[in-house]
Design a protein around this ligand. Structure first.
Ligand SMILES: Cc1cc2nc3c(=O)[nH]c(=O)nc-3n(C[C@H](O)[C@H](O)[C@H](O)COP(=O)(O)OP(=O)(O)OC[C@H]3O[C@@H](n4cnc5c(N)ncnc54)[C@H](O)[C@@H]3O)c2cc1C
Length: 320
């Protein structure tokens, strides 16, 4: 029997992060027994949604210690649960919090840890990209169980199975010595419109926009289209034009919208790994040889500062 666990991040409002539901959906195809571990305020309230996506059991603790202190309490409690129940495989999302928990757990267990996976063909095999995303490889996970695998968000679609989960209360016996890095402030970035990872249309800008102020054109285009989000290449994030939360690519977010509109983005491989799965790709670039055109379904060779305003006009006219 193969037992697969998912480390599920949950909000204090009891809503699981979408990544938890994505990983549970995949876990159903890998294990006979699937469980989620949810630690922190909101854990119990998240159990029905976790169950609906495949967790037969939710190991839950509402203790605020997990929200107040970074990673160490969660890794400690996970290590205890693993010693007791001996799962074969543990899946983590490649988010800041989960990555740190996975890393600390690996150090405690000496377990095999596979980072940056994009698929798991079997409980002991993972797929990942190497050489800056230019090669996809399948990796055998050796060593004793449990294997720890950190998976990129959006690698799987979340699909409910209609199940329910038993909730098993977990004791938060966290020693004082592991209450060290305290979260002192939580900053919520206010953003209008849909989340970048969930938007059906993404309008992304790169250095070809020329100036921070021109990024506003993309916001106008997203507004005109409706239900669209704005993203960016790393070049403009590094230049400080937009926050890191908007970055798409190898070291940013992975998006799979219905339509991806790349404006003034060259299409470097590190950018492409974060958006190439979009159903339709539209590229606007003044260089006809820009690599982005290799994967574009529709390419417009032209100056972004001419094409985008015309596009905004056209979309507005079309939408009445
Ligand atoms: C380890 C590593 C990780 C990385 N991670 C990421 C990542 O997560 N995401 C990411 O995006 N990058 C990432 N990069 C950087 C990546 O290699 C590229 O440098 C970056 O994507 C380039 O951004 P850009 O396309 O906006 O800029 P550029 O490469 O400078 O391209 C600008 C484009 O705009 C076009 N252009 C110029 N003027 C106009 C105009 N007026 N109208 C229309 N088009 C115009 C140009 O022809 C050009 O194609 C990473 C790099 C490394 C080494």
């Amino acid at each position: 029997m193969t037992t697969v666990w998912v480390y599920a991040e949950v909000g204090a409002d009891g809503r699981p992060e979408p990544t938890a539901l994505e990983l549970l959906t995949k876990a159903r195809s890998l294990g006979d027994a699937v469980a989620a571990v949810a630690l922190g305020p909101g854990a119990r309230a998240a159990a029905p949604a976790l169950g609906e996506h495949g967790a037969q059991t939710v190991y839950a603790s509402e203790d605020p210690v997990f929200a107040e202190f970074l990673a160490e309490p969660a890794a400690h409690v996970l290590a205890g649960l693993i010693a007791e129940h001996r799962p074969n495989l543990l899946l983590f999302a490649a988010t800041y919090d989960s990555r740190e928990v996975a890393g600390r757990l690996q150090a405690r267990l000496g377990a095999t840890l596979m980072a940056n996976a994009t698929d798991l063909p079997a409980p002991d095999r993972a797929v990942t990209q190497i050489f800056g995303g230019t090669r996809v490889v399948e990796v055998a996970l050796g060593g004793p169980d449990p294997k720890l695998v950190v998976v990129r968000p959006k690698s799987f679609a979340a699909e409910p199975s209609g199940g329910t989960a038993d909730v098993v209360e977990v004791a938060a016996d966290v020693p004082e010595g592991l209450r060290r890095a305290r979260r002192v402030e939580r900053h919520e970035e206010r953003a209008a419109g849909p989340k970048l990872e969930e938007a059906r249309v993404v309008v992304a800008g790169g250095r070809g926009l020329g100036d921070e102020a021109n990024f506003d054109l993309l916001r106008q285009l997203a507004d005109a289209i409706g239900n669209a989000a704005v993203g960016a290449s790393r070049a403009v994030v590094d230049a400080g034009w937009v926050p890191y939360a908007l970055q798409i690519g190898q070291t940013g977010k992975t998006v799979k919208p219905d339509v991806y509109i790349a404006v003034g983005i060259s299409g470097a491989i590190q950018h492409r790994v974060g958006m190439k799965e979009a159903k339709r790709i539209v590229a606007v670039n003044k260089d006809a040889d820009a690599p982005i055109f290799e994967i574009a379904d529709l390419g417009v060779v032209g100056d972004a500062l001419t094409v985008v305003p015309a596009l905004i006009e056209e979309v507005r006219r079309h939408r009445g």
